[in-house]
Design a protein around this ligand. Sequence first.
Ligand SMILES: C[S@@+](CC[C@H](N)C(=O)[O-])C[C@H]1O[C@@H](n2cnc3c(N)ncnc32)[C@H](O)[C@@H]1O
Length: 373
Amino acid sequence: MDVEAVNKNNHDVDCIDVKEEERKIFYNIIAAFKCYRANALNNVNRREAYLNTLPTEHQEMLAKYRELLQKLRYCIDANNKVIKYIIQDADCLFYNDLDNVCQPQPSSATKVRTQDTHKVQVTLKQIFRDWSIEGQSERDQCYTPIIDEITSFFNPQKCNAEDIKILVPGAGLGRLIYEIAYRGYYCEGNEFSLFMLIASNFVLNRCVIENQCTFYPWVHQYVNNLCRNNQIEPITFPDVSPTKFPPKGTMNMVAGDFLQVYRDMNYWDCIATCFFIDCANNIIEFVELIYGILKPGGIWINLGPLLYHFSDVPHENSIEPTYEDLIIIVRSCGFNILKNRTDLPTKYAQNPSSMHQSEYKSIYLVCKKPESE
Ligand SMILES: C[S@@+](CC[C@H](N)C(=O)[O-])C[C@H]1O[C@@H](n2cnc3c(N)ncnc32)[C@H](O)[C@@H]1O
């Protein structure tokens, strides 16, 4: 299967400084993956050190808890093994055009940002969502309505599915693009997070048999556990191997910011956004671009909440239009709304055994760009 990560980010080719900057970002992210074990073990060690200061009677009551802390170390080591595989050939993926000699290597002095440490843990949970058997119920909630809509609009029995061009911006770890291409369509994912691109490259191109990796996505969740075993629940992935069962259609992953990468107007037959449109500073820019790059008569399918990822991020601009405002925006951009629901129960990378469960009542929109403007 030919899944490539092309950096179409339009500031990549001619400016050495920007290339240098991109390389620095890349190696910072590799450093975050590499520091996973040390950071995660620190968290265990801090707890154990505190435990050791407690009165002996308390420590006796917490004997099993102490055993759990030891088991967490084993799970962290197992996660670290998987992470090593994930990053093994990441630099070839992005920098195979560069002379190895001049590539800066991540040094032990590289300072890993707290948010990047957190993103490594998020990437593990995202693997649970997209590529484990246990993530199936989330995928049924989030991806199945989109796939059903696509197959009903572009019935593979009645059209040549490979001619139907479908774009999935914010593709995450690529399960939705795999499922769409598996049904015979041409499907392109777009993603700007290197955490996602590196991990999806591993699953899509390097996982040759089902369930070849075992990891522990909930090992960092110290709270809301009913049983000690909840925190050390092993998960295997991938539930399906994309190399063993390659899609009938074509599948492609393009790296870069959605707003920067896509310039060809009237190109796509369908755009599917899942938990994506609220990743914008200004959601109108996303809706306008989606409208512009869809062919006349093309379909936009959207599912997800309005969490607005930049809402509380310091130094980031954000507006947070409500669902009512979004409907005005969608119509003002020129779309006809064919389907419109506000009550789809959807979870996102949720630990099924946690005492804390959150679920969105997601928006589901199917919009059509008119045949003639
Ligand atoms: C909430 S996640 C959803 C991922 C996937 N669609 C799913 O449902 O699991 C949003 C994804 O969009 C990506 N993203 C956000 N803004 C983007 C942009 N401007 N261009 C490309 N990708 C973007 C993020 O990196 C993240 O992987």
